[in-house]
Every structure is written in C-alpha cells, then in structure tokens.
Design a protein around this ligand. Structure first.
Ligand code: 5RP
Length: 262
C-alpha cells in the first residue's frame, strides 16, 4: 500500500487497536436541517475532540469547522436526491477527489445503492471514484444500505452490499448492524464500520455498538445516537469506551449514567 494511502487510513482507523470512532454529521445533504444538527458548528465544537474523524460535506466543513482543528476529515462526495424525492438512490458524485485533497480530507465517502433502481450508476461511480482516488492515495469509504434499502437490512443483503464495495476496491465500508453480523464481517475483506441509524435510547445504542464490535466491526460512523442524545459528550465518551476501551455495553452504560448525574 502506498505510504500516503496508509498514512491517511491510519489517521482514521487507529493503528494501536485497528478501531475507529467516526462522528457522522453529513445528514443535511439529503435530510436538510436534521433535528439537533440545525447548527453543525455547535455540534462540531462540542464533539470534535472526542472522535477520531468527522464525516461531513464540503459546505459544512467550510462553514462550520475551524480549519485549525486537527480532527481528520472524511468528506462525503456523493449526493443529488433529497428525502422528499422519489428515489434516494439517484445520487451522483458532487465533489471531486481534487477538492477533497484541497480540503485536506483523510478519506472520501460515497453511497452505493445495491438492489435499488440506481444501483448500476452508484456502483460505476464508486469504481470511477476509486480509480481517481488511487492516483492520490486517497482512501474511499463506501456507504451501504441507505434509504429504502434499509428495509432489507439482514445479513444476506448487507453481506452482498459490503462484499461488492470491497470488490470494487473500497478501503472501508459503512453499513448497519444486523442479526448474524459475523457473516457480514467474515465475507468482507476490508474494515466494516457501523452507522447508528435512527435515535435509540442510550442503553440500546451502546448495546448495538458493543454487539457490532464484538462481532468484529472496526468501529462506528455514528451520528444521531450521539448528537441527538440529551448528553452527547457523555454518549460519545461511552461509545468510545466500547470501541477503544474494551468496555462492554453494561459498563459503558453505567459510566454514562454516572457521568450525567455529575
Ligand atoms: C447517511 C449517512 C450517515 O452518516 C449515517 O447514516 C450515519 O449516521 P447515523 O448514525 O445517524 O445513522 O451516511 O447516508
């Protein structure tokens, strides 16, 4: 692996344990001003020091993140449909790899829509982005199973989507936790990180995190279950203690409850 590519990946997936806590705040690119992410600057200022990287769009990076912050950036470069459109899978590449380099991103992220109407376009876009990104040693994070595809969230479907992402040459894949998650992990040769999905109570979100890590996930790319919590700092610390600190979900939840009482 080229030095630059290896170095960028190690900014995201920490070499000491091979794990990562990525904070996802890219939701506005199709959801608009999502609840508790209306002012992304506040979210970034509050949470950036507790995550290993932040996943966001170019617009939010420029407007809401201090360029002096050292937190690595994972730049979302796909988009093109909103939550009120007929088909969320109709995405194209909206930001170039060159722009990602200019913004000093440590990786680029884009969605693929396996099984959806625009599956073919999204997969060809993934191939094209990887071809371009390889030239500059830029890692590519493929995001799977967004939108309607969520309805098919089982090990069979997620294994298919993650494996395809890896076959195209993605460096990391983001997906959702499911029953028999080991099957997804064992059939995918690249690191898998999990999204949190819609807000759960904190205990359930910590359980989800633990189950995914226990099954072999390399970490989380979590958004709503952190910044929609009434206690986002305590929540991201609890997630971190599972991902990097070997805590189980009960230990992490106990710490979370103690921390919010203080
Ligand atoms: C949507 C995304 C989000 O970043 C992803 O869903 C993670 O956020 P959450 O934990 O809130 O689900 O890529 O396409």
């Amino acid at each position: 692996m080229d030095w630059g590519l290896k170095n960028r990946i190690s900014r995201i997936i920490k070499p000491h344990d091979g794990k990562t806590v990525m904070l996802a705040i890219d939701h506005g690119y199709f959801l608009g001003p999502t609840d508790k992410l209306e002012d992304p600057k506040k979210t970034v200022n509050k949470l950036e020091k507790f995550c290993d990287s932040i996943m966001l769009t170019r617009g939010i990076l420029r407007t809401s993140m201090n360029a002096k912050f050292a937190t690595p950036i994972v730049l979302r470069i796909s988009g093109g449909s909103s939550i009120i459109s007929n088909d969320l899978s109709n995405e194209k590449i909206t930001t170039s790899v060159k722009e990602a380099l200019r913004l000093n991103a440590s990786a680029v992220a884009m969605s693929i829509f396996v099984g959806a109407k625009y599956e073919h376009n999204s997969l060809i876009s993934l191939g094209n982005v990887i071809n371009e990104a390889e030239e500059f040693g830029m890692p590519v994070l493929a995001v799977t199973a967004v939108g309607k595809e969520l309805e098919k969230r089982d090990a069979r479907y997620l294994s298919l989507a993650c494996r395809i992402a890896s076959e195209f040459g993605s460096h990391i894949v983001k997906t959702y936790y499911c029953d028999e998650f080991e099957k997804v992990i064992n059939s995918c040769p690249i690191p898998i990180i999990i999204a949190g999905g819609p807000k759960l109570d904190e205990q359930k979100a910590l359980q989800l995190t633990y189950d995914a890590i226990n099954a072999g996930a390399a970490g989380v790319d979590m958004g709503r279950n952190i910044w929609q919590s009434e206690h986002p700092i305590e929540m991201i610390k609890a997630v971190r203690s599972i991902v990097h600190g070997n805590k189980n979900s009960n230990e992490a939840y106990t710490d979370f409850k103690l921390a919010i009482k203080k």
